[in-house]
Write a new protein. Structure first.
Length: 185
């Protein structure tokens, strides 16, 4: 005789799971509507974040949907997973804004500097965690961030960010991200 999932789990446990889902789904939906999100990637602190609209300043975290060409590379390389950003169908990223329109960005072999200020742990890596060369459309040298773009930066050496794909359009930003309850880095 075949057992179904209820008998394998036991009816009381299955009911508890059903009630838990019944109660958690509306709670999750309300959190989403309030702008609450969870970051599970280590390029910024892991935890619960509040996403809101507002002016973007250098040094703030933002939630962004990466442009299609960048998102495609991220999916193909395993740097990004599938998610809610359309039409890319990838997860949005949370990164720190390190350069705004008009800022001067210098990328050299050892670091990234913005307006003459060195960004800590910003040396570009040649290989990813899988030992593969990291694709990059950013050349070493000096550039000025265009009027409608920003540079994003993850806070760990393995972060895939503007060091590799350059400035992204301001229209890619979905909101300012404020850490509410996060784990220490």
């Amino acid at each position: 005789m075949r057992s179904n999932s209820f008998s394998r789990w036991g009816l009381p446990r299955a009911r508890s799971l059903a009630w838990g889902m019944f109660l958690l789904l509306p709670l999750g939906w309300c959190a989403h509507l309030a702008g609450i999100g969870i970051n599970m990637t280590p390029s910024v602190p892991v935890g619960i974040w509040w996403i809101h609209t507002g002016a973007i300043s250098r040094g703030e975290y933002v939630k962004a949907c990466l442009p299609q060409k960048i998102a495609n590379v991220g999916i193909a390389r395993g740097y990004l997973s599938r998610g809610s950003c359309s039409p890319e169908k990838v997860v949005p990223v949370i990164k720190r804004v390190i350069a705004l329109p008009g800022d001067v960005v210098v990328v050299d072999a050892n670091e990234v500097r913005v307006n003459g200020v060195s960004i800590p742990i910003s040396r570009r890596r040649r290989l990813d965690s899988g030992g593969r060369p990291i694709p990059s459309s950013v050349h070493l040298g000096t550039s000025v961030v265009p009027a409608d773009r920003v540079w994003l930066f993850g806070e760990i050496p393995l972060s895939w960010d503007s060091r590799y794909y350059g400035a992204i359009p301001m229209s890619s930003i979905r909101g300012v991200a404020v850490p509410l309850l996060v784990l220490p880095p």
